[in-house]
Write a protein that binds this ligand. Structure first.
Ligand code: FE
Ligand code: FE
Ligand code: ZN
Length: 297
């Protein structure tokens, strides 16, 4: 028996906080989940209420969800690669770390940043500078996971060498890990049908034990398209079998897998049905119809 750790992106609202997130995850038959602590594009955040967190932890316990497998995604208004916004990004990231610590969550995924027009070397230098400032005097428990990026615009972190340079440059590299995103890997030029080779390469460059989370998404675009548009599991260019090979890869069995696939027609979350397919290891050719029927009946 494998012990698959799988979940999806879920909501987080200021009234119920983590309680609603857990309930949503449970409704998809997940045993983990990922959330933003507020809207990813703004800085409005509510005070974390410990009573709500305790209640959420009880619901997690009842449903076999280990808080150590739960992931927060840092807001994407943070851009450590851009020196113009560095003070804001550092400050807001520090506040996020404090919130994540208060929630008892261990891992926070972060997009390394976009260098705008400054070039990748300057971008990496700024990210290193920013992360060193963020972690200076930090006494919490959160590990920041740098996400592999698709290469849209001027994104930094589009290959393992760039991530390695960031990790090596940060004084507190024990505070850093990596989140692989299958859509982003595909779009940046890594062929997911050769996933074992990708893992070997990662292991040689960075070390496989740095992988702490995998975002499992199909892609709307072809290999090396540098687009970053997620597709539902089995409906994109990566395909069901290749994603199953990632999800059940022996070397990543203990690592949480998080779906960030699009809602059907923009309205209906696909996760319950995608997770069912993944657990069955069998593609459901009526996926879209089943989801629409479930939410409209
Ligand atoms: Fe992301
Ligand atoms: Fe992702
Ligand atoms: Zn993406």
């Amino acid at each position: 028996m494998n012990n698959l750790i799988i979940g999806s992106h879920v909501g987080f609202n200021k009234n119920e906080q983590l309680i609603a997130s857990v309930k949503e995850a449970v409704s998809y038959n997940s045993n983990t989940f990922m959330f933003y602590t507020g809207a990813p594009q703004n800085t409005n955040r509510s005070e974390i209420d410990d009573f709500k967190t305790i209640e959420a932890l009880n619901i997690m316990k009842d449903n076999g969800i280990n808080i150590n497998n739960v992931i927060v995604h840092a807001p994407y208004i943070i851009n450590l690669a851009n020196p113009k916004n560095l003070d804001f990004s550092v400050d807001f990231l520090k506040q996020e770390l404090a919130r994540v610590d208060k929630l008892g969550v261990k891992y926070m995924v972060l997009h390394p940043g976009s260098h705008v027009s400054l070039g990748v070397d300057t971008g990496i230098d700024n990210i290193i500078l920013g992360l060193n400032r963020v972690f200076e005097n930090y006494t919490g428990n959160v590990v920041i996971l740098l996400e592999t990026m698709a290469g849209k615009g001027s994104e930094v972190g589009v290959n393992f060498f760039e991530l390695k340079r960031i990790i090596d440059g940060v004084k507190y590299s024990n505070r850093l890990g990596v989140c692989l995103d299958t859509c982003h890997l595909n779009d940046s030029g890594y062929d997911i049908s050769k996933f074992d080779q990708i893992l070997d390469e990662f292991d040689n460059i960075i070390g496989i034990d740095k992988i702490k989370c995998v975002h499992v998404n199909d892609s709307k675009n072809i290999l090396a398209s540098h687009k970053d548009r997620h597709e539902n599991i089995g409906l994109g260019t990566i395909g069901f079998d290749n994603l199953i090979n990632v999800i059940y890869n022996e070397r990543l069995m203990s690592i949480p897998k998080i779906l960030e696939t699009p809602y059907i027609n923009g309205d209906y979350p696909p996760y319950k049905f995608e997770i069912e397919m993944i657990r069955n290891k069998k593609f459901n050719s009526n996926l879209v119809e089943d989801i629409i029927n479930f939410y409209t009946k």
